[in-house]
Design a protein around this ligand. Structure first.
Ligand code: HEC
Length: 137
């Protein structure tokens, strides 16, 4: 398939394959600092978050795609370190999402501000990946 002004158009595999990126262009264009942050974020996400979250689908908790655009980083740091405290303090968004998910408490995580920032960077890059259409067949 390829994207034209009219939408998606099917092209023969032999041609489509020529458009396949040799390696991941998103990762290649990251600065070294961002690539390092994404690598740490990836590990942290798999160790702490995957049992309840994915990028694109609701599991136990909400899909996290583009969370960096929906919430400020300061909010994300407070939330991930201690969501119950934010709900108890009456933060409007925290209360709303807590109620929306049947008042299921998300665990608190003893992560530093820097670690949460790395996690969010990972989620940001994964969100971009899931928006890219690759010509896979
Ligand atoms: C045991 C399940 C569970 C785990 C583990 C978990 N979460 Fe959650 N998370 C939830 C639930 C449930 C909600 C919805 C709010 C609520 O019920 O408190 C949520 C909400 C969120 C939100 C708000 C999403 C939005 O759309 O506004 C973010 C951000 C978030 N989680 C990030 C994380 C990160 C990052 C981790 C790993 C460090 C993590 N969560 C681990 C269950 C979990």
């Amino acid at each position: 398939m390829r994207v034209t002004s009219e939408g998606l158009e099917r092209v023969p595999d032999s041609i489509a394959l020529a458009y396949l990126p040799a390696s991941d262009p998103l990762m290649e264009n990251l600065s070294e600092a961002d690539a390092a942050a994404v690598a740490v974020g990836d590990k942290l996400f798999k160790a702490n978050c995957v049992q309840c979250h994915t990028i694109n689908e609701v599991v136990v908790g909400p899909a996290l795609k583009d969370i960096h655009e929906r919430r400020p980083i300061s909010w994300l740091i407070s939330w991930i370190q201690n969501s119950s405290k934010m709900v108890a303090a009456g933060d409007a968004y925290a209360v709303k999402i807590y109620n929306q998910y049947q008042k299921q408490e998300m665990p608190s995580f003893a992560l530093t501000d820097a670690e949460v920032t790395q996690l969010v960077k990972y989620i940001e890059i994964e969100s971009m990946k899931s928006s890219v259409v690759y010509c896979s067949q």
